[in-house]
Design a protein around this ligand. Sequence first.
Ligand code: CFM
Length: 553
Amino acid sequence: MAKPAEHKEEKFKLDGLDPEKVKTELLSTYPTKVARKRAKQIIVNEIAPGEEVPVIQSNVRTVPGLMSQRGCCYAGCKGVVLGPTRDIVNITHGPIGCGFYSWLTRRNQTDPSTTPDGHNFMTYCFSTDMQDEQIIFGGEKKLAQAIQEAYDNFHPKAIAVFATCPVGLIGDDVHSVCKKMKEKLGINVFGFSCEGYKGVSQSAGHHIANNQIFKHVVGLDDTVREGEFKLNLLGEYNIGGDAFEIERIFERCGLTTISTFSGNSSIDGFANAHTADLNLIMCHRSINYVAEMMEKKYGLPWIKINFIGAKATAKSLRKIAEYFGDQKLIDQVEKVIAEEMPRVEKALSGIRPRTEGKRAMLFVGGSRAHHYQELFAELGMETLSAGYEFAHRDDYEGRKVLPSIKVDSDSRNIEELEVHPDPEKYNPRKSPEEMERLRGEGMPFSDYRGMMPQMKEGSLVIDDITQHETDAMLEIFKPDIFCAGIKEKYTVQKHGIPMKQLHSYDYGGPYAGFIGAVNFYKDIDRMVNSKVWRYLKAPWQQNPELSATYAWE
Ligand code: CFM
């Protein structure tokens, strides 16, 4: 039955305001051309049957002059995807600043005791420290020297080289240097053309990282490892120890982790990843390429899971058990959930009365703005508005829109690998009939439904939010908490609003899994109920009743 018209109007209230009017307000200070562009990236959410949501423009260039939250391509490749792997020596080929600012600034943790050689190079900052001389005469010689020096000092299993902007501009060929040094040293040496300017954000760097790891590492080691129910955990970077908590849960359930891309990881795991039975995707944006390529080449299926939120964790574990269809595993997963949930419920029963009804905004990266809505929902909090920095339309609207995404010149810049089934190693894990049956029972193979279908009607979805829009949203809604990164933190706090960093977790975490959920509830409770914001105004600003007269009057 069609809904009456007035219902629709009612439905589109956001915190008592008309979201369309808010959008107009956000755009009002921009020049016409800029406003027209931003209007396509600020969307009032609407969900039609079949999870149809409006189109949101994303993965396009930021207008110069607008203050964006985004990072560069090099950051996405070196910092995000490769950074958390402890036993590859990652050399930045470029000026020292690029290496310095990507040195231990992301809270990806690792446990070197789990690999026999104990290698951990994450604490080092390797760079060719490019100078004017290399800019003028070329830097390939210095790069070869740097690779040699790194090898002599550390004897690593592998060395990776990351190109920065000037390297691309002067035309150094990092790949040929790597190839030469690989032959000379007899270890794996490979390069990434991830110049900062390549692409509109760090998202381009993810894609380049995926391609090279797939080309140069995945599939090199065919050793079949012991254990049942073998998994790769893709797109989990062990920020604040998230991967440790997920590993703990997997171990309790009897699941075997072959590799994690790339939190708490070793290059050996990547080389062996094709021997797993199932790929799990946590962060779809940063790693879906590897999953797709592994499916094509090795017949390894993938599903999207989410371990942010206690309920989401339980749901994901059940999905994994269902995929394997083994009664012993299904029972063990149920047992673990039954044993883990009481601590979650106990924490919630104390905290939720204090957080219920509070309102949040989340503007982060390419997956957390979605995942963390689960945790806020568990606290009884509403997400008024959310958006990604650099995600693509499929992360907002769901993968069903993939065929309709137009490839622009910025994306064409990034190589699309052509992948075919491996003549020897291709091995479909399930028969087509089994896959069909599982799909019929709701197993979401190769699918991600995106953030918008799961958000409230009338909520505002904003892609690549600008500082001006951030300030305006804070003024208009005065949310109880705002989630973003370090660049936004202090301007948000100056509005008198608590700010939670969802990139680094502000020294907190883990927030994944069951223990993580409890940590998050406690941290958010502390933040949204803190009295400190009341003292932001000086007494004379709050009670300006003091008056004075001029002495000579
Ligand atoms: Fe994926 Fe990430 Fe994210 Fe990301 Fe990132 Fe990150 Fe992020 Mo910062 S890989 S998209 S490029 S979940 S570093 S661990 S927090 S922006 S939302």
